[in-house]
Design a protein around this ligand. Sequence first.
Ligand code: ZN
Length: 250
Amino acid sequence: MTNFPIQQAADMIRAASYVMVLTGAGVSTPSGIPDFRSPSSGIWNKLDPITVASIWGYHDNPQAFYRWFMPLARQIRQARPNPAHVALAEMELVARLNLLVTQNIDGLHQIAGSRHVVELHGHLRTASCLACGHQIELDEIWPQADRGQVAHCQTCGGLMKPDVILFGEPLPYDALRAAQEAALFCDVLISIGTSLEVEPASDLPHLARRSGSRVIIVNRQPTIADKIADVTIHDDVATVLPALVQALRR
Ligand code: ZN
């Protein structure tokens, strides 16, 4: 890997007064978490995502959701942050990163020490009633879910659902708004470990670009937004980000 693109990226970040980062599944795959939205992850070989992981599927057959989801959730709970998460937490610590927007539900950015995190696709900390909105800690229904049983709301008897965003559900309004505002406001947007195929997250680099900011893309594979990027680095995020932080410290 030539260091030139990393140096270029570091220079852009240093010159910026507001830097936002957008992360996707590729940041967590080095921690052993499969990309469950990607057809190539192997997860969907025997299952239809719309049947088990959509909000309609959840209403129809929540047991099927838990059968699919719990092995993934257990994997996520055991996962630890990798050098990419740690590097992003360090970037915030040295005041080179203002807002981290993630499509991941694993909470590994916060565990690594990132403080300003917006979660577009929800998380595994809480669960909410689909009927009345009553919210509880996910731990309260974890033993039941672990046995494949569906939990019901103690207030109204409605169906409880972990606060992860399923296919067909709108993104959390506040999170989406914060991400879009940051994209319009930032001087640099760094997109990391996402193929930028899922809307509306995929719109953020375009929004940033149109408002005059620089775009840096770090992803193992080419992305559909490469053509609007100032710097593209197609390499392992767990190698590139620590190198970038090192370049920023120099
Ligand atoms: Zn309820």
